[in-house]
Design a protein around this ligand. Sequence first.
Ligand code: AMP
Ligand code: GLY
Length: 405
Amino acid sequence: MRVLLVGSGGREHALAWRIASSPALTDLHAAPGNPGIATLATCHPIAADDADGLLGLARSLAIDLVVVGPEAPLVAGVADTLRHAGISVFGPSAAAARIEGSKRFAKEVMAAAGVPTAALLDVPRAPCVVKADGLAAGKGVLVCRTNVELEAGLDAAREFHGAVLVEELLEGSELSILAVCDGAGALPLAPARDFKRAYDGDEGPNTGGMGSFAPVPGIDGHALSGLLETCIQPVLDELALRGTPFVGTLFAGLMLTADGPRVLEYNCRFGDPETQSVLPLVEGDLLGALAAAASGSLGAISLGRVEGAAVTVVLAAGDYPEASDRGTPIDGVADAEATGALVFQAGTALHDGRLVTNGGRLLGVTATGPTVAAARGRAYAAADLVRIPGARRREDIALAAAAAA
Ligand code: AMP
Ligand code: GLY
């Protein structure tokens, strides 16, 4: 199978790594990719949202399957352009990707499908959560515990130039459920947790994600099936009923409250950095599952789960999420990899053959182990070997889960 992977982040590097090991793969291409992905695939300088460019590339390479990583091209309709031209795509249509592209649409689908979620507030009053309706790279959600925070939150959300939603503030622990979907059914991957806040102790602004681990202790197979039934399948059914079936990864961000699970949001693609922790735990042919999903035949496929756990620690620019970093040398990636850890590159570039920074989240270091504690120890030990002047990381990724086990 000739595969074209679209995107250039850590999630796509993890997808490339996993797809590259598939017995079904003959050729792996990426657009635009990054220096890490380039070690596994042939990269082409075509932007992830250049639908016509991607179509031309897919045609010229006789691609059998396009796997789209990021949300923005999906919401913009890249999968539709490819599919209309007869190319098989893992990734939802623009109509189905609205589940992520518009929080208001997601609320409406959840209501129609009977999915438990936070109640919308007609009159904003703290404590509450303010959300910009459209895509905001994980930065359009403001948790407001006081009225002063609420005023600031409303101002910040309006900066995104769309409608603003206000909903009840839920308390509990968060969980990411990623499910590979073929329009009708779903195959869940290991339940994961990401760390969205910038600083230790869940302080500071929301980011794209500073680390992750999987599986989440306490979510056994039975619990996962239950969550699939309450939070994933009803949305697949509702979107299919509307004539816009969801093909791709449906990712539910949940809050496990004292009153049961509540969906905070849906994403229309693999999570970043959840994917970096989830894919090393997949047993079986992920590419086969993605191809089956794209052709609507997931029913015949099953994927196993490797025993143990995986932890991912993100190294970010010193001022992330406010600012990114460009051109600072990155050293020690090979040393980290030599420990057996995986280094998934995100915001990196090559300057005269030298790896340098090129973004906010720079790279993620992932390690597996028999327990969360073991995987965590290995991930941090490997991350210690990566040297990027001025970069920072959180020190408490998976700390509570490691201590609890
Ligand atoms: P979202 O992009 O909607 O997942 O929101 C980003 C983050 O904001 C979530 O991962 C939660 O940490 C937080 N959040 C969103 N909605 C709520 C809510 N209703 N109650 C509490 N926290 C929330
Ligand atoms: N890690 C959360 C996301 O991918 O949106």
